[in-house]
Design a protein around this ligand. Structure first.
Ligand SMILES: [Zn+2]
Length: 185
């Protein structure tokens, strides 16, 4: 063991950051290092797993905020499989953090499905007791009362994360960073 600072637990075995791949896949961004990705089995494995997991979520987001029960169960089942599969490619120590990444993505999609939300980011932190704490930051569209919006976000995020990831949300901090008066600007 060296005394050098520990690498982030989301580092793939090739040294690339899994979070960057999550962004790439979920936001449809071009790869930061296309030549490396074209050659790297670790990156390709992770991208394939993320595409499968996030594709299921994207389909879900395309449905409605109120999810049919049967669909939730299928997505949950797939996510559990994919989450486990992603871990294999993520190397040692990645287990919890990969879960956090997926949980963050689920939560973010639940947040974005709320009409009054213009932009959102979510950071999740797993707890020793198996629950997860979420830090949700949004830019809201001008219109609904912010206390009502925050309450709706808490309910939606908690329900989706529990239904899709099987994770108990222990705490949700919602911060409304800004209000978009004209979101098209
Ligand atoms: Zn790689």
């Amino acid at each position: 063991m060296s005394s050098v600072a520990q690498p982030p637990p989301t580092t793939l075995e090739c040294g690339r950051d899994l979070l960057a791949l999550v962004e790439q896949v979920s936001e449809g961004l071009p790869p930061a290092e296309p030549e490396h990705q074209a050659r790297c089995g670790f990156c390709q494995e992770a991208i394939a797993r993320l595409k499968a997991a996030l594709g299921a979520l994207r389909d879900l987001a395309g449905e409605a905020v109120r999810t049919p029960r049967g669909l939730s169960a299928r997505v949950l089942e797939q996510l559990r499989r994919e989450r486990h599969s992603v871990l294999i490619g993520a190397g040692s120590g990645g287990r919890d953090t990969v879960s956090e990444v997926i949980v963050s993505q689920i939560a973010r999609r639940a947040v974005l499905a709320v009409e009054a939300v213009h932009h959102a980011s979510v950071v999740s932190e797993s707890r020793q007791d198996g629950g997860v704490d979420l830090d949700v930051r949004v830019t809201a569209r001008l219109g609904p009362s912010l206390p009502d919006l925050v309450e709706e976000l808490r309910e939606e995020v908690s329900a989706h994360v529990h239904a899709l990831a099987g994770v108990r949300v222990t705490r949700i901090d919602v911060t409304v960073d800004d209000v978009a008066i004209d979101p098209d600007d």
